[in-house]
Write a protein that binds this ligand. Structure first.
Ligand code: BG6
Length: 486
């Protein structure tokens, strides 16, 4: 990989929730490990008034609060905070970009911009940046989600950005791609020979992708109620995971080869028709219950008004190409679920004939579990003989072959944003989402939403602390499939 590090990073949304929880701790982590370019200056920008000093104080507090204890390095906070400066800006006011450009100063050494802002401000931001010379050849731009709310709005955003930045300087962020175990899907599939011959409709019965959370609305009512689980999680993270599972082997580990293959998968997704919706899609909204060890209120109680926003969605999807013909991809995500768990489960076909039939012990098909959160491991469930003299027949039991990544590599866990921020600073687009991918994601999501609209679908209530509405269980059981690990 060729590295082309910038010397300045301009962080829009510098006082926001994401900056406090993720971006500042990630930048600190990179700084403490000596991974940031020595001369890198970070300019924070947001509406809130701050001087450089008061922003440093603000950032210091965020680090105290959100930095994991094992990432704190003696003395590193003070030197990190010295990298920060700050410029208040209301992006809807064109005049305010000039003082920002003055603050940023010379950009000959390269500038990376990280735009974490409401989509309604995207256009104003791009126009403002361009007008004051902050969009030239030495500038690259990182875009945080949401990139629109449907295909048409995402196109508008992409068009607006494209007026000032060519695609090879646009870095669309999906933080799931920064997760170590997500990148491990590529290593597992394309660094080994044994899975590939059966990684297709002949060898695989079904694929399950789950991102279950125990949190509820948090403080994000304004955004979340207008978005819902389908747009918030499926349109990006879940579909990105699906592409990594389903893609053809790329020729090289580079941004073009990998993203070409991912885009092809997205364009092969079978659109959901209004007729499919009732059968293959389940929308839910959490009611009161107990989640994460706490008694919690219903979604509408938290919100303070009635709402038809879905906080859970389960979908049976198909990738219409040779490799995946007829293989269901069961996708599921929800808030206030029974446990926090992100995982991919690949269920292989059963053996064609069991010689153990009638001799005790049912054969279970093999399952490959890739657990992304909260633990990081890869597990292959295989059948093994129970020890014994087999007087009553051979007894087989499913046991896991375990690859614990934490244990094997023992390295510290990084925040997903560390990887992505470093790649943005150094100019590597491989783990960022290309325009055709985003559009492929939205056009499929739009088909689901159109189906909901045509059917007048409203989310079904589910108890907080459960695995979603009972129809989500029926979605797989109807096919004789059980969600892995419920
Ligand atoms: C974000 C969503 O993109 O991902 C949130 O907007 C969600 O609603 C979060 O909670 C989940 O990320 P992670 O890394 O905690 O699984």
């Amino acid at each position: 990989m060729t590295r082309d590090p910038v010397t300045k990073l301009l962080l829009f949304g510098a006082t926001g929730d994401l900056a406090q929880r993720m971006l500042l701790p990630s930048l600190y982590g990179l700084h403490a490990d000596g991974l940031l370019p020595k001369e890198l200056v970070i300019i924070g920008a947001a509406r809130t008034e701050h001087s450089d000093d008061s922003y440093r104080e603000f950032a210091g507090k965020a680090l105290d609060k959100f930095l994991p204890a094992d990432r704190k390095v003696e003395g590193a906070a003070a030197t990190f905070l010295q990298r920060l400066t700050y410029q208040p800006i209301d992006m809807s006011v064109a005049d305010q970009f000039k003082p920002l450009a003055d603050k940023v100063g010379d950009i000959a050494g390269g500038l990376a911009i990280y735009l974490s802002t409401a989509p309604s401000l995207f256009e104003a931001a791009i126009t403002g940046l361009e007008a004051v010379g902050l969009a030239g050849e030495t500038v690259r731009i990182g875009l945080e989600k949401p990139l629109g709310y449907d295909l048409a709005s995402s196109r508008e955003i992409n068009d607006a950005v494209a007026k000032a930045f060519p695609e090879d300087r646009i870095f669309r962020i999906d933080h799931y791609l920064g997760k170590e175990t997500v990148q491990n899907i590529l290593a597992l599939r394309f660094g080994n020979t044994f899975f590939e011959p059966i990684w297709n409709a002949r060898g695989i019965d079904n694929v399950q992708i789950t991102i279950a959370e125990t949190v509820g609305l948090e403080e994000r009512a304004g955004y979340y109620d207008g978005a819902g689980a389908l747009r918030d999680m499926v349109a990006n993270h879940i579909l990105q995971l699906l592409t990594l599972v389903a893609m053809e082997p790329p020729a090289r580990y580079d941004k073009t080869a990998i993203r070409d293959e991912k885009a092809k998968v997205l364009h092969s997704l079978r659109p959901i028709t209004p007729e499919d919706v009732g059968r293959n899609v389940v929308a839910g909204q959490y009611g009161a219950g107990a989640s994460g060890g706490q008694i919690v209120r219903s979604y509408t109680d938290e919100l303070g008004k009635p709402s038809d926003t879905e906080t859970f969605v389960a979908i049976k999807a198909y990738v219409d190409n040779w490799r995946w013909q007829g293989v269901p991809f069961y996708l599921r995500t929800g808030k206030r679920m029974a446990a926090r768990r992100s995982e991919i489960a690949i269920q292989f076909k059963p053996v064609p004939h069991s010689m153990f039939a009638g001799r005790g012990g049912m054969l279970q098909p093999n399952v490959l579990v890739i657990r992304l959160q909260p633990e990081e491991y890869i597990q292959l469930l295989v059948m093994a003989k129970e020890p014994g003299l087999d007087r009553d027949g051979v007894r087989l039991r499913e046991v896991p072959l375990n690859l614990s990544l934490d244990h094997e590599f023992g390295t510290k866990r990084r925040i997903a944003y560390e990887r992505l921020l470093l790649d943005l600073i150094e100019g590597d687009q491989t783990l960022f989402v290309r325009r055709d991918e985003v559009e492929g994601q939205w056009s499929w999501i739009d088909s689901v939403r159109a189906g909901w609209a045509a059917n007048g679908t409203r989310p079904k209530s589910y108890a907080s602390g459960s695995w979603g509405p009972s129809s989500a269980v029926a979605l797989t059981e109807r096919d004789g499939v059980t969600w892995q690990d419920d």
